[in-house]
Design a protein around this ligand. Structure first.
Ligand code: B12
Ligand code: SF4
Ligand code: SF4
Length: 377
């Protein structure tokens, strides 16, 4: 097949991608350049926190040839998820649970995977006998550097991929293939002297331009971290209970973001009050978050985050429901509820906590109790 024919087929694939709801498409070479090395350094510094899957997949992430033998091209896709305008005023509504825009809809893996499968089928029809492999998020790939090479945008100082005239509110996904396709022009960096994302970050997780320490990032702390949220970040978490959007909200390029009209990204969560969320049972959780990415952190992860947010809410009405969850069977929830009660009440709450936790055996809860006692001592 000559170059002209390949270009024609590529143009056909591009319009098919658009018809499936992808709003950006480009082709990268399966080579990572300096990104692979930087990833290794990032792991060496421990910036991956407890995300064991990042380390497990290290060699594959550094080398797409280990992901698909004989890979020649990586087709990269963007999917706009910008469903609602958001500014920093959300932090003032301390009684309302803040959920990142990307998680307001159905789980994006479930939306994008069937689209990628259709795309994969079309590629196999156009290039008979070719090998393909699809990925969205969870595959052992460095999606951002590949998408940058495919011309979809540049990696900003906040470490998300962003696009001139479009912003960064989109997901990435890929199809690896052994077909040689014409490469796209890589995107250039347009961050310039701006550092808004670095300055706004509540936990100072962007420790240098283009370098994120996950251990400090609220997205990691509220979604990926399974255990106790380190005390030094709890106040900074504010009312964020699932992910964080701040570094993207303040990015000047996001003022160009255009809302998606994709029907799959319209169904927003209702406004959720923290005080209601802390009272949900296992059954209510399953029903309310069915199909949502939030189900990933399970009820115990959600209520851990909600307890922290309630501790930051300044709302004394949260005290009775927090006392109630001291009876919860999950130590993780009890531990964070103790902290929240310490934040919201005075010395008078101590006897109540002590009485409730009379037979407490779990170290993580006892540690929180000690802290509250020390605080009022
Ligand atoms: C692990 C992970 C996380 C971790 C770590 C984030 C991170 N920055 O890597 C945590 C849990 C914190 C996280 C959070 C979020 N994530 Co996430 N995450 C991933 C995942 C699975 C892997 C990313 C990875 O490989 N990180 C490794 C490090 C080394 O990469 P890096 O920080 O980007 O570092 C590179 C550059 O910064 C650059 N670099 C480093 N130093 C220097 C110096 C210079 C001078 C230059 C030029 C470059 C440079 O080189 C490094 C290697 O390429 C990807 C999916 C995937 N398979 O790729 C999604 C992904 C990156 N996440 C995504 C999203 C949406 C988010 C959140 C916005 C969710 C939210 N609202 O809460 C936040 C954003 C936080 C942030 N500021 O980055 C999207 C991003 C889409 C986009 N537009 O970029 C992805 C691509 C998922 C998807 N398929 O759409 N995530
Ligand atoms: S997502 Fe939030 S916590 Fe993480 S780097 Fe961005 S602003 Fe900081
Ligand atoms: S806020 Fe500024 S520095 Fe950060 S990614 Fe956007 S343009 Fe780059």
């Amino acid at each position: 097949m000559n170059l002209l024919e390949k270009n024609e087929k590529l143009a056909g694939l591009k319009s098919f991608a658009e018809s499936l709801g992808f709003d950006g498409f480009g082709v990268a070479r399966p080579e990572l350049g300096p990104a692979g090395e930087r990833f290794g350094k990032w792991l060496d510094e421990g910036y991956d926190g407890e995300m064991a899957y990042m380390r497990r997949g290290e060699e594959k992430r550094k080398n797409p040839h280990l992901v698909l033998e004989g890979v020649k091209s990586i087709l990269c896709f963007r999917t706009n998820y910008f469903a609602m305008e958001k500014d920093m005023s959300y932090v003032e509504h301390r009684e309302i649970a803040d959920i990142s825009i990307y998680a307001l809809n159905k789980d994006y893996h479930d939306i994008i995977t069937p689209r990628l499968r259709k795309m994969e089928k079309r590629i196999q029809e156009k290039f008979e006998g070719c090998k393909t492999r699809i990925y969205v998020d969870t595959g052992p790939l460095l999606e951002k550097p590949l998408a940058q090479q495919a011309g979809l945008g540049w990696i900003g100082k906040h470490t998300n991929l962003l696009t001139e005239g479009m912003g960064s509110w989109y997901f990435l996904s890929e199809i690896l293939t052994d077909v040689v396709l014409p490469q796209s022009q890589p995107a250039d960096d347009h961050c310039g002297t701006c550092r808004s994302c670095i300055d706004i970050c509540p936990t100072k997780a962007i420790i240098a331009p283009y370098v994120l320490d996950s251990n400090r990032c609220i997205s990691y702390l509220t979604i990926e971290l399974k255990g106790v949220i380190p005390i030094e970040y709890r106040k900074a978490i504010g009312n964020r209970i699932y992910g964080c959007d701040d570094c993207q909200i303040v990015c000047p390029w996001n003022s160009y973001a255009v809302k998606t009209d994709d029907p799959d990204f319209q169904e927003k969560q209702d406004t959720l009050k923290l005080i209601d969320l802390i009272q949900i049972t296992g059954e209510m959780f399953r029903q309310r978050f069915k199909g949502s990415p939030i189900k990933r952190i399970k009820r115990r992860g959600l209520l851990r985050n909600v307890a922290v947010a309630l501790g930051n809410s300044g709302n004394p009405q949260a005290i009775p429901p927090l006392i109630k969850v001291l009876d919860d069977e999950e130590p993780l929830i009890r531990a964070h509820a103790v902290w929240a009660l310490g934040e919201l009440s005075g010395l008078e709450v101590l006897p109540v906590i002590r009485q409730k936790l009379n037979n407490e055996k779990e170290d993580i809860v006892l540690k929180e109790l000690e802290r509250v006692v020390a605080r009022f001592a």
